[in-house]
Design a protein around this ligand. Structure first.
Ligand code: SD4
Length: 317
């Protein structure tokens, strides 16, 4: 159990997200403000996996999904959003100023523009452009198992940078999502998830990340859960909500994540060898747990001002 406030984010690049959240939490700010800042920080990070610098869909367009949820079941989500830098803030605006929970595509973009968000140029980052061109040679959609830490070399193209970018030197896409959950000094939980989605997805494809109950769920009586990996597998089991319900039944965060992963794998164990899903869970009491299908699912915990990358100690395979 870590001392609150606490912020936990997926992957090594969770360090950047946590760095956005921490100043808010440290000052006694709300978990909601903290997770929004986490989203903004990671959406601003050019060498990381989410936001407008992420990988495009198979037609060459970056389409973004994000959601946010507070301690009172308020939630907001935007999907298939193009040319807007901070989908997480659009999701929050939607949550706070409209009766709706989800907005898609053109409507989401219109809403963003009406609320003062700028329309960014339609263009790929240099890295995404290079990766996309390479992908076009075969144009084969094949989600890559997200793995960081020990099993692959740290893929730093420029020879620096503390975390894995959205693709490796050989052009293989890495992950493309950031999930963050936080517990503030007042004892309230919130969470967010932001993504450019699986690289080279079909145009219009939506994963789990912006779906409340799949990529994110917060129940202030119980805990906050988010995840990363193959979104379709998470959606069919309502992954994050499932973890919360196991926690409500008294399971620890790690056990709850394990049970949800087992549910996902059980559908087809052989197929599960080909994909990754990893959950992180933070309980109301400040316990943290994680579990994944494949080994080496990393996440980053910040408490007491220390931002620490760790790897889920257990996985299904
Ligand atoms: C998706 N869950 O769009 C996201 C992808 C992801 O690391 O998590 N990548 O399905």
């Amino acid at each position: 159990v870590a001392k609150k406030p606490i912020v936990v984010s997926t992957w090594d690049s969770g360090k950047t997200a946590n760095n956005g959240a921490w100043p808010v939490l440290q000052k006694g700010g709300s978990a909601l403000d903290a997770v929004e800042q986490a989203g903004i920080f990671i959406e601003n990070e050019p060498s990381c996996c989410v936001g407008l610098d992420g990988n495009p869909d198979r037609d060459g367009y970056v389409t973004l999904d994000a959601c946010i949820m507070d301690h009172q079941y308020n939630c907001g989500s935007v999907v298939f959003l193009e040319r807007i830098k901070h989908p997480i803030s659009v999701a929050r605006k939607l949550m706070e100023t409209t009766p709706h929970v989800m907005l898609a595509g053109e409507g989401a973009q219109q809403f963003a523009l009406a609320n003062g968000f700028a329309l960014e140029p339609q263009k790929l980052s240099a890295d995404a452009e290079r990766t996309y061109r390479q992908w076009l040679k075969k144009s084969e959609y094949k989600p890559i198992i997200n793995i960081e830490n020990q099993s692959r070399p740290k893929p730093d193209r420029k020879g620096n940078g503390p975390f894995a970018p959205s693709f490796f030197d050989d052009g293989t896409p890495n992950h493309d999502t950031m999930g963050t959950v936080a517990l503030d000094a007042a004892g309230n939980l919130s969470g967010m998830c932001t993504t450019s989605g699986m690289a080279f997805k079909m145009r219009g494809r939506i994963g789990d990340s912006p779906i409340i109950g799949a990529g994110l769920y917060v129940d202030n009586e119980v805990g906050a859960v988010t995840c990363s990996g193959q979104g379709e597998e998470v959606i069919r089991m309502c992954g994050s909500h499932l973890v919360i319900e196991f926690m409500r039944q008294g399971k620890s965060p790690e056990e709850a994540c394990r049970l949800a992963i087992e549910r996902i794998v059980k559908r087809d164990v052989n197929r599960a060898k080909e994909f990754q899903v990893g959950f992180i869970a933070l309980s109301k009491a400040g316990e943290i747990g994680a579990y994944s299908v494949q080994p080496n699912f990393s996440y980053t915990v910040m408490a007491d001002g220390i931002n620490n990358v760790t790897t889920a100690s257990k996985s299904y395979f």
